[in-house]
Design a protein around this ligand. Structure first.
Ligand SMILES: *[C@@H]1O[C@H](CO)[C@@H](O)[C@H](O)[C@H]1NC(C)=O
Ligand SMILES: *[C@@H]1O[C@H](CO)[C@@H](O)[C@H](O)[C@H]1NC(C)=O
Length: 515
């Protein structure tokens, strides 16, 4: 007993002459993949050049992260820290090793690096040790918002984002800064430890015009996206309320009367035969009213004319074309060559063509036609943008936003999806016949519109860098080709406005009614 006490007393005396090692009281927070310095120093300052400096993880004293001894870094090291640990300065003012700074620098951080690191410094007669806690975090992707109409007239907005660590929180906000209650939020952890989050909220159009979803870490770092609700046009499953139904009936009746009057007038003039073209032309004219009110009476429609103020001329770059693609002389029409032999199952992602124009700022709008006369709308296509200089491959997993690709893909029976992570799947009925693309470089948004239906389909939010070029892929085996349209030059405010775009769906149904 006495002997033990003597030993303990001896130890106490030893520690009283020990080195004092100092570390910051709070955990050090760093992003996965980044480089961090874990500060540790001797106080009062003392030259550490002749001391032993050992950084190690829990219970791994003899298998250290880094060992400095006899004036140099030793070769004994835990394998996973090889080539990515070193001694570093804790600040610019630090005098380094000779002033007792023994901080550890770690590169290429992984989730396994989370937790305590022991900073152990030992001299001939004394030693000191302290613990620095490292917290790893990952800032995920910009959320992707996708709207869906509900039967009760509200819109269910989903917010998805991935690549977070630790678990982020999600908040919804209206344009007036009012907090919206989420209907549900769920987190899923991937095999790589990264966390994906999905949240949804149901809003009515009177609640908010602009809804934003913000995903944030406790550090305050966040990613946010917003969506304009009045720009969502409900499709075939639209929540028609009594008012809109009666309006449709009214429009149909008016259309019928118009058509009968027209036919009657035709008879009076002695034109017995009415060509289909006549019918179509006339239909387009009257449909200006029917089209705008009918397609979007509930949620308000997309102002295509507004978008066209940002119209740019796009042509296909002949120099950077997949060899199995065919392009017209004016560089506007693109299709797959008959000699193309698919190399496997699934979408032919490699069949890409690029626009000759590059964008590094501002807003740019273009339209493509996905259906030509007497052919069904295309089943297979990719429309989007790509960072200049990047080429597509057959491997769809390489076509990510972080690799500089942003697009919407129509993959026949497999439906429509984005290349975001996670992909957003859409059901678009009817199939778009004319697609509008708005690139808002500065706000990091790529939006898609169904031009014929005057409908906003989806906005991909991201952060763009470098120069972006339009991306086109016509798939393989479709009858129709991709045709880049020549849009009317943006009109001056003084001039009369361009004719409104017609809603062909409405026209067709009116024509059917008459037959
Ligand atoms: C460390 O770098 C050396 C030379 O650069 C290399 O041969 C070795 O494979 C690397 N070790 C690890 C674990 O990356
Ligand atoms: C809204 O959509 C999400 C899926 O994105 C779904 O889980 C949720 O049940 C939907 N809410 C309603 C009210 O339909």
């Amino acid at each position: 007993m006495l002997w033990i006490i003597i030993v303990l007393l001896n130890l106490l005396i030893e520690t009283s002459v020990s080195l004092t090692v100092v570390v910051p009281p709070d955990p050090i927070v760093a992003h996965v993949g980044s480089t961090v310095t874990l500060p540790c120093w001797i106080s009062p300052p003392e030259n550490a050049g002749a001391l032993e400096i050992r950084w190690y993880r829990q219970d791994q004293f003899s298998n250290p992260v880094l060992l400095y001894n006899h004036g140099k870094i030793q070769d004994i090291q835990e394998e996973s820290y090889r080539n990515r640990s070193s001694l570093a300065l804790r600040s610019d003012q630090s005098g380094g090793l000779k002033d007792g700074d023994v901080s550890l620098r770690l590169e290429k951080l992984t989730f396994q690096d989370e937790g305590p690191f022991h900073c152990y410094v030992s001299g001939e007669h004394s030693y000191g040790s302290e613990e620095v806690v490292l917290k790893i975090m990952a800032l995920g992707s910009t959320p992707v918002l996708s709207p869906e109409s509900l039967d009760d007239g509200r819109v269910n907005i989903s917010c998805r984002s991935s690549g977070w660590y630790p678990e982020p929180s999600v908040s919804w906000m209206s344009d007036e800064g009012r907090v919206l209650r989420p209907g549900g939020t769920s987190h899923t952890r991937g095999a790589d430890e990264m966390i994906s989050v999905h949240s949804w909220t149901a809003v009515s159009l009177s609640d908010a015009q602009l809804v934003s979803c913000s995903v944030s870490l406790r550090t305050g770092e966040l990613k946010e996206s917003s969506i304009h609700i009045q720009a969502i046009c409900s499709g075939s499953s639209s929540p028609w309320n009594a008012l809109s139904i009666s309006l449709i009936v009214l429009i149909c009746v008016l259309g019928l009367i118009g058509l009968i009057l027209y036919k009657y007038r035709g008879k009076l003039k002695g034109h017995e035969e009415e060509t289909l073209a006549d019918l179509e032309n006339r239909g387009e004219n009257t449909s200006d009213h029917a089209g705008t009110s009918m397609s979007c009476i509930v949620v308000g429609d997309t102002n295509i004319e507004e978008l066209r103020k940002h119209a740019v001329e796009i042509t296909i770059d002949r120099e950077r074309l997949h060899p199995d693609l065919r392009v017209s002389d004016n560089c506007k029409i693109l299709r797959d060559g008959s000699e193309y032999k698919p190399t496997g199952e699934g979408f032919p992602y490699e069949l890409c063509a690029y626009g000759a124009q590059r964008f590094t700022s501002g807003r740019h709008y273009w339209e493509v036609e996905l259906k030509q006369a007497n052919t069904p709308p295309k089943n297979f296509w990719i429309i989007g943008v790509v960072k200049h200089g990047n080429f597509t491959t057959r491997d769809s997993s390489a076509l990510t936003a972080s690799a500089g690709f942003w697009f919407l893909c129509s993959d026949g029976p497999r439906g429509f999806y984005t290349n975001t992570d996670p992909p957003v799947k859409l059901s678009l009925t009817p199939r778009p016949e004319r697609l509008g693309v708005l690139l808002d470089y500065d706000h990091g948004e790529l939006s898609f519109y169904n031009v014929t239906e005057r409908k906003h389909l989806l906005t991909i939010s991201s952060r763009f860098s470098g120069s972006l070029v339009p991306l086109f892929n016509p798939g393989a085996g479709d009858q129709s080709s991709i045709k880049i349209l020549d849009l009317p030059k943006p009109v001056e405010p003084a001039e009369p406005s361009q004719p409104l775009l017609s809603n062909t769906a409405a026209v067709e149904s009116a024509v059917e009614l008459v037959y």
